[in-house]
Design a protein around this ligand. Structure first.
Ligand code: PEP
Ligand code: MN
Length: 341
């Protein structure tokens, strides 16, 4: 349930109103927008009489929110959330960023790849130190050494580092090193223990869509993180599993505007995992940008044929630079002020 507060309400009245609600055992979320202040009420709101709320001087109107997600819901927070990823990099609300780097951290080649990504215009560095592999015999990642290499590269290039966390027990190791963005991967999208644990931090989280997750389930994953207190959540469409076998996954481009409609969180498109093949990554990236994504996550490798994971979908630095030039043009078209007929 939300209560839209009258413009004339003072800060003190708002405070009293919030306390009145919380004294009755509900949680609140106050969203102070440019035009409206909205008090979101969370809990079993069937116990609240909307007419009683509406009779209060401070309240302009009351609306029930039927969706099970509250904190992530645009009705609770009409304005786009802007996530501060550190190093001056903001995502969402008009801030578009590209996260690039290898699938896995492999060693000393990381810094060269990172440099090429930055030169081409990437603003955030990715790389997996803990890899969720289908086979236990496949390369599992460098672990803590991989985190150190990422953080060194991020510090040298002044870029926030985005890297996947798989185990709630690793949160301390990620925090100690100052990892800028915790990526929760597709395979852990509904690992609620992990979601709650990253929700107890204030570190931005990039939450990927599970392979067979509906859009609503993805948003409920975000709600798990936010309900623990971490509101710095970015959603990522990375393709879903369908009957199609020509591509690794099916890129649900629809999800980008749908997520923007349902939530206020930034939405990132990942054309690399969505397609699985280098030749399709750039067209899918353009589609995501054109659909209004707030950013992209793209895998880049200096020598894809030698990559330890996901070489088949990696862009070379020059392919990535080409993509960045075209993305700049698409972004311009998407954000241009065009008069409506
Ligand atoms: C990755 O980003 O390397 C990754 C494993 O992605 P996903 O969880 O989307 O498969
Ligand atoms: Mn990968």
């Amino acid at each position: 349930m939300i209560a839209v507060v009258r413009e004339t309400a003072s800060a003190e009245q708002l405070d009293q109103f919030v306390r009145w609600i919380e004294d009755r055992g509900f949680r609140t979320n106050v969203s102070q927008g440019a035009n409206e202040t909205i008090v979101g009420i969370i809990g079993d709101t069937t116990q609240i009489d909307p007419f009683l709320l509406e009779s209060m001087d401070i309240v302009d109107r009351v609306q029930r929110v039927s969706e099970p997600f509250k904190l992530a819901n645009r009705k609770f927070h009409p304005e786009d959330t802007v996530v501060d990823c550190g190093h001056g990099v903001l995502v969402g609300g008009g801030h578009f960023q590209v996260i690039a780097g290898p699938c896995s951290v492999e060693g000393d080649n990381l810094i060269g790849i990172a440099r090429a990504c930055k030169e081409a215009g990437a603003t955030m560095l990715r790389g997996g130190a803990y890899k969720p592999r289908t086979s236990p015999y496949a390369y599992q990642g460098m672990g803590e050494r991989g985190l150190d290499l990422l953080m060194e590269a991020g510090a040298e290039l002044d870029m926030p580092v985005v890297t996947e966390i798989m185990d709630p027990r690793d949160v301390g190791a990620f925090l100690d090193r100052g990892v800028d963005v915790l990526q929760v991967g597709a395979r852990n999208a509904q690992n609620f223990t992990l979601l709650k644990e990253v929700g107890k931090t204030q570190v931005p989280v990039l939450l990927k869509r599970g392979m067979s997750e509906t859009i609503d389930e993805l948003v409920m994953g975000a709600e798990y993180i936010m309900s623990e207190g971490n509101l710095n959540v970015m959603l990522c469409e990375r393709g879903i599993r369908t009957f199609e076998t020509r591509t690794r996954n099916t890129f649900d481009v629809n999800a980008i505007p749908v997520l923007h409609h349902l939530t206020h969180l930034p939405v990132i498109g990942d054309p690399s995992h969505a397609t699985g093949y280098t030749r399709y990554v750039r067209p899918a990236a353009y589609a995501a940008c054109a659909a209004g994504a707030d950013g992209l996550e793209i895998e880049v490798h200096d020598c894809p044929s030698k990559a330890w994971s996901d070489g088949a979908q990696a862009l070379t630095p020059s392919q990535f630079a080409d993509a960045m030039r075209r993305l700049a043009l698409i972004r311009e078209a998407v954000t241009a002020d065009v008069e409506e007929a």
